[in-house]
Design a binder for this molecule. Structure first.
Ligand SMILES: [Zn+2]
Ligand SMILES: [Zn+2]
Ligand SMILES: [Zn+2]
Length: 204
């Protein structure tokens, strides 16, 4: 690559400038996807280099850079990533050198060894901290959140929508535990719109 990707602007002669409906499937750019039923032919093109995508300008379509890291936009998910920046967020290993499938992260991905190391550190820290303050089941009684009885970490209460018992595997220390959910009923009374109140009559 002679110039930096973010300065690239390559004219796409195949695509008339009048075409406006362009969708994307990974790195592939699709004009007039059948979904639109606009009567125009569907055309699919892959960019000449990874990290580019098609953008419409006044005089037609061009390949331009869509890699956030090239563009200096950090900490934000990038729909496409150039070859050079397709790396582990933590250690920087390139995707082509991976031995196992990586984990997706907010702004990219993390290789499995980094993910596991981070997990092991988080688990060890949570367990040491729980031990230091004598955390036990007694600290997990009728709380407004789900707390692991082993490591004290907060776990998700998603999908616990009814009063019953739920099985949880702690996302930090892997302990399996049970959560009993109680929903407290609240009662609200109001008159039906058509009902009449007749206090006076009753008194007469
Ligand atoms: Zn890049
Ligand atoms: Zn890594
Ligand atoms: Zn735990």
């Amino acid at each position: 690559m002679s110039q930096s990707l973010k300065e690239v602007k390559i004219f796409i002669p195949e695509i008339p400038k009048e075409w406006t409906q362009r969708t994307r499937g990974g790195h592939t750019n699709i004009w007039n996807d059948q979904f639109f039923k606009n009567g125009l032919p569907e055309v699919r093109l892959d960019p000449p280099e990874r990290g580019l995508y098609a953008e419409r300008f006044d005089d037609g379509w061009y390949w331009v850079c869509g890699c956030n890291k090239c563009l200096g936009i950090l900490g934000k998910y990038s729909y496409i990533v150039c070859y050079e920046h397709d790396r582990c967020e933590t250690c920087g290993i390139h995707r082509s050198e991976l031995k196992e499938a990586p984990w997706g992260m907010g702004s990219g991905w993390q290789c499995k060894p980094c993910h596991e190391a981070e997990r092991a550190t988080r688990k060890a820290e949570a367990l040491a901290e729980a031990r230091a303050r004598g955390h036990s089941e007694d600290d997990c009684w009728r709380l407004d959140k789900v707390i692991c009885p082993v490591c004290g970490s907060e776990n998700s209460s998603e999908d616990m929508h009814e009063s019953s018992e739920h099985e949880v595997e702690c996302w930090v220390c892997d302990a399996e535990f049970l959560v009993e959910v109680e929903y407290e009923p609240k009662y609200t009374s109001r008159l039906k719109p058509e009902s009449e109140v007749e206090f006076d009559e009753a008194q007469a």
